[in-house]
Design a protein around this ligand. Structure first.
Ligand code: PLP
Length: 608
């Protein structure tokens, strides 16, 4: 009845409370219809006339009134719907939920007939914890977490077959009249324990919330609704889990954000969007807007490295590239192509860059004006001490430029505290948007000063692009229009998830990767304390049947993408924790990886 909503539910049932400006029940109906559901039955009670009005307006909706709603519970209402449901299999949903369409499409895709949807335990509302056995059958539930070995928490959406439902009603009938206050979830549990199994499906990285009171509503509007699609057509997009180091798995809402009316990017409307986007990018790295600016480019991440190096070096000065991996080597190559005076300060790819060597190089070369390094060396997974390198650069009067392509938006970065003058990324990695948009965030004063530095490129010059943005609000040349729409949505989702929560999610995915690898006996290459928590480099097994391509292809066919290594002296492959994924994806991945190893004849445990 929604009594916890107070006066909000005086005249309407709970399902009619607007969440993100749309009544929850309407959201659910639209989502169900978009997922191909043709009949929707609503068990009504409190203010039933509101639902009955809806049924008149929406042809696929029917209502069944439960006259004793005030003194009974949800199982009684469900039992009351049996004639109307007839011999159909159906989905059972609670009325106070907001959820992504994937909640429905994943349930429909499950091969088992009777399925309870759960998600990993992450929420902090009153939860219903769910335990399942090794075969994924529901065994126990409790509102007290310590009472069960929780596999996840109940969402409140189920798939039930008519055979199951018939037996569920028969069993319930025998418990009446005493059981009229039973919640349907307890009857499901009783069925699974004694009569017919209910399977549990754990959906990964699913956005949903149960809205019980005004506080829940406020939380959902801030942290969940931004992930719910506003356009519901054609939402059944196959979800691939990308364990490569970007482009990463994206949410459906980011994918759909690209489907927009055609627009000329020279319109004021588009310039306004880019202005907001540039300012939101500053917030991701906590850059004060009076000292920093962001400049957008059309291109992949390498364009940023090229631009920073060719644009920010004054005449007669030198670049110091602190190089312990493939991406800093790329920076060295760029220096070579432009003929920029530079020092290639090479160190082991297996370890963070050594600070003493950086200091020594700076002491010995007072003409160094730009210190450059890669924050997270994606080729190995090593994280570099940028705060310390930045401090050394500043102490020697140089600017500090760091490639944060594979860390920005995942590892918290504060450009001021971390002594960063310029950082960079592309939209498809930490922000979980699409390829084609790259951006540099940097010190505005330095960009202005660079106006008088040698111009070494026409297309890739930082000052020219910055200046064009400042004067017109536009990119100098054609921007990647649809990618910009996707990035705007991705940023909305970034702020809704929150910096810390996102960091924590990537980290638990990373831990799950290590756990799974350990269980199979794989060895990794980089010391744990030096790893970024985003990439794990795994040593090839010493097994004559090991064939990375074949294992890759097997995983790929099953929806998981793994990636070759990038260390020239050691044979490795990489597993990464980027993207819109969570631990259930990793559990599912290791089932597939194990199968791939068996199918290709590789010994388990892995041999070295
Ligand atoms: C650290 C780093 N820098 C730069 C890049 C840019 O590469 P690309 O131009 O292929 O997007 C990447 C891509 O993986 C990266 O990880």
């Amino acid at each position: 009845m929604g009594t916890r909503f107070g006066s909000m539910t005086e005249d309407i049932p709970k399902g009619f409370i607007p969440a993100g400006n749309r009544p929850m029940v309407l959201r659910s109906i639209e989502t169900l219809k978009a997922c191909g559901i043709e009949r929707i039955i609503i068990g009504t009670g409190y203010h039933k006339e509101k639902y009955e009005f809806l049924a008149q307006e929406i042809p696929c909706v029917e209502c069944v009134f439960s006259p004793r709603f005030a003194e009974t519970n949800s199982m009684y209402t469900l039992y009351h719907c049996r004639e109307c449901i007839g011999d159909d299999d159906f989905l059972l949903l609670e009325s106070d939920l907001v959820f992504e369409p994937r909640a429905i499409t994943e349930l429909l895709a499950c091969s088992e007939p009777d399925v309870m949807l759960i998600t990993p335990v992450t929420k902090f509302q009153d939860q219903y914890y769910v335990e399942s056995d090794a075969e994924g059958r529901l065994t126990r539930c409790s509102v007290h977490r310590e009472e069960v070995n929780a596999k996840g928490e109940l969402v409140g959406i189920h798939k039930l077959s008519h055979v199951f439902y018939k037996r569920m009603c028969e069993d319930y009938e025998q418990q009446l009249p005493g059981a009229d206050k039973l919640g349907y979830e307890y009857q499901l549990l009783r069925m699974s324990q004694n009569v017919m199994p209910v399977h549990v499906h754990c959906a990964s990285h699913l956005h949903w919330y149960e809205i019980d009171d005004a506080q829940d509503l406020a939380f959902a509007e801030k942290h969940v609704i931004p992930f719910l699609p506003t356009k519901l057509n054609d939402m059944n997009i196959k979800r691939n889990v990308l364990l490569n180091p970007g482009p990463a798995t994206t949410t459906d809402t980011v994918k759909m954000a690209q489907v927009v009316p055609d627009i000329c990017p020279r319109e004021k409307e588009f310039a306004g969007m880019m202005k907001q986007l540039r300012s939101d990018l500053l917030k991701v790295v906590h850059a004060p807007s009076d000292r920093y600016t962001s400049v957008l480019f059309c291109g992949s991440g390498t364009i940023n490295i090229d631009i920073c190096l060719n644009s920010l070096l004054p005449e007669g000065k030198k670049v110091l590239v602190v190089n312990n991996g493939a991406y800093s080597t790329r920076a060295v190559e760029i220096c070579q192509y432009y003929g920029l005076p530079h020092i290639d300060l090479k160190s082991s790819v297996y370890e963070p860059a050594p600070l003493d060597a950086v200091e020594q190089a700076l002491n010995e070369n007072p003409d160094i004006a730009l210190v450059y390094t890669t924050h997270h060396e994606t080729g190995t997974g090593v994280l570099n001490p940028i705060r310390e390198i930045g401090a050394l650069a500043h102490a020697h009067g140089a600017i500090f430029v760091t490639d944060t392509t594979s860390s920005l938006g995942m590892i918290p970065l504060d450009v001021v505290k971390d002594n960063v003058d310029f950082c960079m990324a592309s939209a498809q990695k930490g922000l979980m948007a699409m390829t084609g948009l790259s951006f540099i965030i940097g010190n505005e004063r330095v960009i202005r000063e660079s106006k008088d530095y040698p111009r070494r490129s026409y297309y890739c010059n930082l000052y020219l692009q910055y200046d064009f943005f400042e004067r017109t609000g536009e990119m100098h040349f054609t921007p990647p229009v649809q990618t910009i729409y996707a990035t705007i949505q991705a940023l909305k989702e970034y702020f809704a998830e929150g910096e810390e929560a996102k960091f924590a999610r990537h980290h638990r995915v990373y831990e799950a990767l290590h756990d799974g690898l350990d269980q199979l006996g794989f060895r990794t290459v980089i010391k744990r304390e030096w790893e970024s928590g985003l990439v794990v480099s795994v040593l090839y097994p010493n097994d004559e049947n090991w064939n990375f391509e074949r294992v890759h292809d097997y995983c790929y066919e099953h929806g998981f993408t793994i990636y070759p290594g990038k260390i020239s002296t050691t044979n490795t492959f990489r597993l990464c924790s980027l993207g819109a994924i969570d631990t259930p994806d990793i559990e599912a991945f290791f089932v597939v990886l194990r199968d791939a190893l068996v199918a290709t004849g590789v010994s388990i445990p892995i041999r070295y």
